[in-house]
Design a protein around this ligand. Structure first.
Ligand SMILES: Cc1cc2nc3c(=O)[nH]c(=O)nc-3n(C[C@H](O)[C@H](O)[C@H](O)COP(=O)(O)OP(=O)(O)OC[C@H]3O[C@@H](n4cnc5c(N)ncnc54)[C@H](O)[C@@H]3O)c2cc1C
Length: 258
């Protein structure tokens, strides 16, 4: 497989750095082709703004969606954005690895999504009408590809359990897994979450590495999270609510899983 690792940690000698290096060597030893977008090392520009439109915005003011569409359609995107889109086209599998910072990804990675998921690439794909609301949530540019999060946390597993104070990890990761990965078409594998990272000694590190290796060995075969596809009959269009008889009585994030 062609595997892209989009990675955000500012320090090479961190736990994340060690796990990323291990992932690269393990995948290469198994015969996969690997590319890494090491966002801090690349000094990735996180903010999407008018400078990302070669020649400047189309109109009198910068319009983030319209100018993104214009730049994408006309080959006028910043070179770094176009290069990341090419890596995504190349990849069969994308691993997003980051430490959980304030219950989400580090800002530099959020900026990767803001800039790389251009209008026409990440969103605004397919027919938009009262009968069809685009190719998204299970369809889109990245359909046929797989993605997985590798996330480290300071908090304990119990803090992220069903009744834990931080909220369930599936809920915390829902905007990323469903909103950023399933939305443009990725099949999303269950995340690998490494909790309580301050309690890491050599013995625990060895077991974490082993767990990661087992995940990497199953990238092609593991069942994805069964999110409901937008255009497969579970949702009313254009309201985009679940039909009454689908997940009857349920609401919230969990209702969008089969
Ligand atoms: C701004 C910010 C916001 C945060 N928000 C949250 C939050 O919302 N929720 C939450 O749960 N946590 C939060 N944290 C904690 C954060 O998630 C953890 O600090 C992070 O996941 C740890 O990953 P790291 O790669 O930085 O680990 P490091 O700090 O590099 O390492 C962690 C431990 O692993 C050891 N280690 C490193 N490399 C190796 C190796 N090769 N072999 C063996 N041991 C090793 C280190 O000695 C250390 O003890 C936040 C932290 C910051 C800075």
């Amino acid at each position: 497989m062609n595997v892209l690792i989009v990675y955000a940690h500012p320090e090479a000698q961190s736990l994340n750095g060690a796990l990323k290096d291990f992932t690269v060597s393990h995948l290469q030893a198994a015969g996969h082709q690997v590319q890494v977008s090491d966002l801090y090392a690349m000094q990735w520009k996180a903010a999407f703004d008018a400078d990302d439109i070669v020649g400047g915005p189309q109109g009198q003011r910068f319009d983030a969606s319209r100018d993104s569409q214009y730049a994408y359609a006309n080959g006028l995107q910043s070179a770094d954005i176009a290069a990341e889109q090419d890596k995504l086209r190349w990849a069969d599998m994308v691993i997003f690895q980051f430490p959980l910072w304030w219950f989400s990804m580090p800002a530099i990675m959020k900026g990767w999504f803001d800039r790389v998921y251009a209008y026409g690439f990440g969103y605004g794909v397919g027919e938009h009408s009262d009968a069809r609301w685009g190719d998204r949530y299970g369809e889109g540019t990245l359909a046929g590809k797989r993605a997985m999060l590798v996330v480290t946390t300071g908090g304990w597993e119990s803090h992220y359990s069903a009744r834990g104070i931080n909220g369930p990890i599936d809920d915390i990761l829902f905007p990323i897994q469903h909103g950023l990965l399933f939305y443009p078409g990725f099949a999303v594998l269950p995340p690998l979450v490494i909790y309580r990272t301050s309690r890491m000694d050599q013995a625990r590190y060895a077991s974490v590495q082993q767990e990661l290796a087992q995940r990497l060995d199953r990238l092609a075969t593991m069942a994805p999270i069964p999110y409901r596809a937008q255009n497969h009959g579970d949702y009313l269009i254009p309201a985009l609510t679940l039909k009454e008889d689908v997940a009857a009585g349920q609401s919230g994030f969990a209702a969008h899983r089969m």
